[in-house]
Each structure stands twice: as structure tokens, then as C-alpha cells.
Design a protein around this ligand. Sequence first.
Ligand SMILES: O=C(O)C1=N[C@H](C(=O)O)C[C@H](O)C1
Length: 306
Amino acid sequence: MLSAHQLKGIFIPIITPFLPSGELDLASFERMVSQLLTHDIHGIVLNGTTGESPTVAWEEVRTLMESMGANMRRGFGQESVRGTSQRSVPIIIGVGTNDTRASVRRAEMAGNMGADAVLVVTPYYSRPSQEGIVAHYERIAQVGVPVIAYEIPARTGVRVDVDTMRRILDIDGVIGLKDSSGGTDLVSALTASGNNKPILCGEDRLFHAMLGQGASGGMLASAHVETDAFLDVYRLAAEGRYSESLSAFNCLLPLIELLFRESNPAPLKWLLAQQGVLASDTLRLPMMPITAGLQTDLGQLLAKGK
Ligand SMILES: O=C(O)C1=N[C@H](C(=O)O)C[C@H](O)C1
């Protein structure tokens, strides 16, 4: 199980590869995870936003988890591009829904599947009160699998206020927060008021800014690409070398801008397919492939070697 002090560094919310038929593409999945594990990443998130959780069935999450577990046991990616020795990293599973009972069941199943922690998004769509949101987290935390709260109002339609987030972070069993609130106000307010639970940046373009405000790392879709450069940004900031970290981060901004110009993870899937990591950039409806204009711009970035 993951503890709060381990919630630091670079966590990759992995994409879910599909075949052109729409079925899971396990060969691409294994290749992608194998390559990620050649880097010193700090954890993997299965079934997050980037993993297209709204259109992935729970049985498919189980299949992906089994594939990952089996491969880690036998030394995932021994034929990796770099040939380095492999290791296993903590696995966090996204279990958040807008139905507390369903999320509780998923957290129980994730624990049984061997998840080290679960990622629980603010309950979306029904616009619960702040009290209801706290009760949602309290109930899921009772399952006993460490919970990471996930605040992303642009997607959920409801915003958790700072006092409510403090109460959520005070719950036993909630080990930290993934902050995709859209700015640095939440992380600064929590840090200023003495919060001692780790906060991971979940808004790629704000990664460096959030590290400066007390974030302990990031859960970043764009770190599928240029993984070592994202690790450098984190490491330099952790060493207090903020201006070097900023220079490293500024080099990543054009990539981040393109990866989020259209809905994540469509641009990322396209890029990984171009790089041969994925066999195809297939998404499940209502997600659509990226536009021709974005393909051109991403293609130019690829040609420059970024
Ligand atoms: O998969 C995630 O979790 C992430 N979701 C954010 C989003 O798609 O809005 C972005 C972040 O990089 C990771």
C-alpha cells in the first residue's frame, strides 16, 4: 500500500490502447508500460482520465491490471528498448464515480486486485453539496485502500472549496490530492494553512508553478513523452534548483500545449502511435481523433525530435 510520504515524484496516468475494432490492445499496453518502466518514474495510474475511464469497463480494468501484474512478476519489458533492468512501481487505480456505493465497491475490488492506492475524482454531474463530497470521501476511505482525492472542476462541474479540501485531506486513509483545479490557488492555500498531505500537480502546464507552491510531484499525461525531462524538472525543484527546473520545464511547454490543445488523451494517443509505441490511435466514442491541423503541428514537433 502507498503511504503519504511515497506520494512524490512523477506518476504516469497511462492511456488505454484500443485496437481499431475498439477492443483492448494488450500488446500495445505491455509495450507502453515496459517502456515507461525503463525510466525512474514513481508510479502508474490505471483508469484515470487519460486512461479514458468513462468508456472502459471495470472488467477491462481487471484485465489491464492482471496483464501488468503478470508482466511485473516476470520482469516486465526485459526486451525493453534500453535493456536496463526492470523494477515494479506502485499502481494506483481510478475508482471514482458519481455514485458513492459504486465507488466503494470499486475501491474494494481495486484493493483485492493489488492496487497500492485508489484515485477518487470529485463526484461529478449531480453537483453534490460540499458536505456530500466530504461524506463521499469518508465512505470510500473506510474501505482501507489509501485514497488520493482528485479535484478537476473543469471536468466534474463542481468545485471543492479550500475548507472542504482541508477536511477531505484530514480524513484517515486519504493520503493526498491530485490538483487539477486549473490554477495554483488551491495548492498555495493548502500549503499556507499547514497542510501536511502531499499534493500532486494534475495540470501539466502548471507543473513547475505548483512545485514552487509546495506540490510534491505530478500526475501528468504528457510525461508519457519526454519522461526523463519531466523527471529532471521534478528532481531539480526537489533539490531547490528552481531556476534550472524552470529552464527544463520551459523546453517542455510547446509539447504540453499541443497535447492539451484538443481533449486529452486524443493528441497523446496520436503521438504515441506515430512513435510506434501504440499500434493505433483509436479512441472510443464520443472521443474523436485529433484534427488534421493538430496532426501537422505535432508532426512538426516530432520532426524536431521533441
Ligand atoms: O489522467 C489523468 O488523471 C490526467 N488528467 C488530466 C486531464 O486529462 O484533464 C491531465 C493530467 O495530465 C492527467
